[in-house]
Design a protein. Structure first.
Length: 151
């Protein structure tokens, strides 16, 4: 397996920071209060992780769309499935934090399946799954805190 390029790894890991911040502010009342005073209500607690998760599912649809541009005969199918994560987020994230988090978890698990499909089709880089499994594992763990009210 090819190693993940440093830039992709570091930027991917940096992309986990809002999820980790969301968890930290759910688990620590003093940190929540500090973040609330400094950043406002949209950037602390469950709301921060849910909003960011919705953005990232949509962003990842764009990544898959980019891969689909290389799909040749499979382009129609690749374009069609590439929009599924964004549509999933749009139609399912709501109904309270627990349900929204569960739906995001389903969305990220589904995204990992699509990542694997695009990787199998050789549209994603060879190192893609190594990075995506790592990032998705952390995202799912973070969303568990909200989904199952572990705070």
């Amino acid at each position: 397996m090819q190693p993940v390029p440093r830039a992709a790894l570091w930027l991917g890991l940096a992309g986990l920071l809002p999820f980790l911040w969301s968890v930290a502010t759910q688990l620590s009342a003093p940190l929540f209060d500090w973040g609330l005073a400094l950043l406002g209500p949209h950037f602390v607690g469950a709301y921060a992780g849910l909003a960011y998760g919705t953005v990232i599912l949509s962003f990842m649809s764009g990544v898959l769309w980019g891969f689909a541009t290389r799909a040749g005969d499979r382009a129609g199918l690749a374009y069609a499935v590439s929009v599924l994560p964004a549509l999933w987020a749009f139609f399912t994230v709501g109904g309270g934090p627990e349900l929204a988090a569960i739906n995001l978890m389903i969305g990220f698990a589904g995204l990992l399946c699509l990542d694997f499909l695009f990787w199998q089709w050789r549209l994603a880089p060879r190192w893609w799954m190594q990075l995506r499994v790592l990032l998705t594992s952390v995202v799912l763990a973070c969303l568990c805190v909200t989904a199952f009210d572990l705070a």
